[in-house]
Write a protein that binds this ligand. Structure first.
Ligand code: GDD
Ligand code: MN
Length: 386
C-alpha cells in the first residue's frame, strides 16, 4: 500500500450496491455520530448500482451546505467488483489517520462509530472490531441458517489462521492507517478484515460488543459463490501465514549462524593472540612483552577481520578501498566493545556491589554483543535482524 499523507482525522468507508433506500439516512447518521471537533470524511464506494445509489449520493453532495468539518465523497466504479475490493479502493482513496469500515444497510449501527474512534484515539489499540461474538453482543433478526453459516465460517478461519479474535469476519471495524501502510493488500474474497488481521499479525486488537440487526430494506448480496470464494481466500491467507512463518525461521537461523561464526572467529583470534605473544616474547625473538602484545593484537585483529569478512558475513569484495574502510570500522568497533566491557565491569562492581566474576560474565557478553551488532550493521552493512 502506498504512503498516503493523512490530512484528516477519520475516514468512514461505505461500500454500496443497491442501497438507495438506506444511503441518505445512513450518511446523515454517520455525520451525527462523528466527533464534531475532528476533521472527517465519508467515502461511498458504489459499483454502479442499478437502483441509482451512486446518483442519489451525487445529488446529496451537490445540495449539501459546505463549511463543516465533514465532507462526503463518492467513488463510482463501473461494475460490481465485490465488497473487499470496494473497501480497498476506499482505503487507497481516503486520507484519514483513522479508517472506519461499515455496511450501508444499518446492520452496523452508526452509534458505534464514536466508540471505535475513541478506542483508537485513546488507547494503543491499532484495530478496533465491532464484534458480534463477544459478551454483550446481540444478533437480531438473522435466520438460523445465516447464523449457522456465519458461525461455521468464523470457526474455520479462527482455527486455520490461528487468530485470537472472536469475530474476524466482521464488516464493521476501525484501524490506524499506519499499520497497513507497508502492507500489500489484495482484497481476496469478501472479508477485508480477515486479510488485514492476517497481514498485520502482532498489532493490538480490541473488540467491542454491539447489536447487529438484519437489514430492513433491500437484500443481502451474499451468494453461493461467496462461500467458495471464502474458502479460497482462507486457503490463500493460510499459505501466506505459512510463508511468513518460514521466512521468520530462516531469518532466525541465518542470524544465529552468523553470530556463531563471529564468536568462533573471536575465539580463534584469542588463540592466535596468545600464540604470537609467546612466539615474540619467549621463543622466536626476545621482544619486550608490551611490544609482543601489540604485535599479537595487530595480528589477531587482522585475522579476525579477514575471517569475518570472508566467512561470517560472506563479503567477497576485496577492493582496497572497501577493505581498508571496513578494516578501520572493524578496529574501531572492536575497541568500542572492549570499552563497553571495561566500563560495564566497573559500573557493576563499583556501583552495584556485584561480585567481580558475575560482573565480568555480563560485561563480556554485552561487549561481545555490541561488537557483533555494530560490525554487522555498520562494517558489513547488513540489517541487524537478517
Ligand atoms: N461497492 C460494493 N460492491 N458494495 C457491495 C458489494 C459490491 O460488490 N457487495 C456488497 N456491497 C455492500 C452492500 O451494499 C452493503 O453495504 C455491504 O457491502 C454488505 O453487503 P450485504 O449484502 O448487506 O452483506 P451481508 O449482510 O450479507 O453480510 C454481512 O455479514 C458479513 C459477515 O458475515 C456484512 O456485515 C458483511 O460486512 C460481513 O462481513
Ligand atoms: Mn447486510
Amino acid at each position: 500500500m502506498e504512503n498516503v499523507k493523512h490530512t484528516l482525522d477519520v475516514s468512514v468507508l461505505v461500500p454500496t450496491y443497491n442501497e438507495s433506500q438506506n444511503i441518505l439516512a445512513l450518511l446523515s447518521s454517520i455525520e451525527k455520530n462523528l466527533p464534531k471537533e475532528m476533521v472527517t470524511e465519508t467515502i461511498v464506494i458504489d459499483d454502479n448500482s442499478p437502483d441509482g445509489t451512486g446518483k442519489i449520493v451525487d445529488e446529496h453532495i451537490k445540495n449539501r451546505k459546505n463549511g463543516t468539518n465533514h465532507r462526503i465523497e463518492v467513488i463510482h466504479r463501473k461494475t460490481k467488483k465485490g465488497l473487499s475490493s470496494a473497501i480497498l479502493e476506499g482505503i487507497q482513496h481516503s486520507h484519514g489517520r483513522l479508517i472506519v469500515v461499515m455496511d450501508s444497510d444499518f446492520s452496523h449501527p452508526p452509534q458505534i462509530i464514536s466508540r471505535i474512534v475513541d478506542e483508537l484515539n485513546q488507547s494503543d489499540h491499532d484495530i478496533v472490531i465491532a464484534s458480534r461474538y463477544i459478551k454483550g453482543s446481540i444478533i437480531q433478526k438473522w435466520p438460523i441458517r445465516r447464523k449457522l453459516m456465519s458461525k461455521t465460517a468464523t470457526k474455520i478461519s479462527k482455527s486455520s489462521l490461528g487468530l485470537g479474535v472472536s469475530d474476524p469476519l466482521s464488516g464493521f471495524f476501525g484501524l490506524k492507517r499506519n499499520i497497513i501502510q507497508e502492507k500489500d493488500l489484495d482484497a481476496i474474497g469478501y472479508k477485508m478484515l480477515l486479510e488485514i488481521l492476517v497481514k498485520t499479525k502482532g498489532v493490538s486488537v480490541k473488540e467491542i460488543p454491539y447489536t447487529f440487526t438484519n437489514r430492513k430494506f433491500g437484500s443481502s448480496k451474499l451468494s453461493l459463490t461467496t462461500i467458495t470464494d471464502y474458502i479460497k481466500s482462507v486457503w490463500k491467507l493460510y499459505l501466506y501465514g505459512k510463508s511468513v512463518k518460514e521466512q521468520e525461521k530462516r531469518v532466525l537461523i541465518r542470524f544465529l549462524s552468523k553470530a556463531w561464526r563471529f564468536y568462533t572467529v573471536g575465539a580463534s583470534g584469542l588463540v592466535l593472540n596468545y600464540f604470537i605473544i609467546w612466539l615474540f616474547s619467549d621463543w622466536l625473538i626476545d621482544f619486550w612483552y608490551l611490544h609482543a602484545n601489540i604485535v599479537g593484537i595487530a595480528f589477531s585483529l587482522t585475522s579476525n577481520f579477514v575471517l569475518n569478512k570472508w566467512w561470517t558475513f560472506e563479503d567477497r569484495d576485496f577492493s582496497a578501498r572497501k577493505f581498508f574502510m571496513q578494516y578501520g570500522k572493524f578496529a574501531g568497533f572492536s575497541s568500542l566493545g572492549a570499552i563497553i566491557q571495561i566500563g560495564l565491569v566497573f559500573y557493576l562492581v563499583e556501583g552495584h556491589q556485584m561480585s567481580y566474576s558475575l560482573a565480568l560474565i555480563i560485561a563480556v557478553l554485552a561487549g561481545a554483543f555490541g561488537n557483533f551488532s555494530l560490525n554487522k550493521r555498520w562494517t558489513f552493512n547488513e540489517k541487524f535482524w537478517s
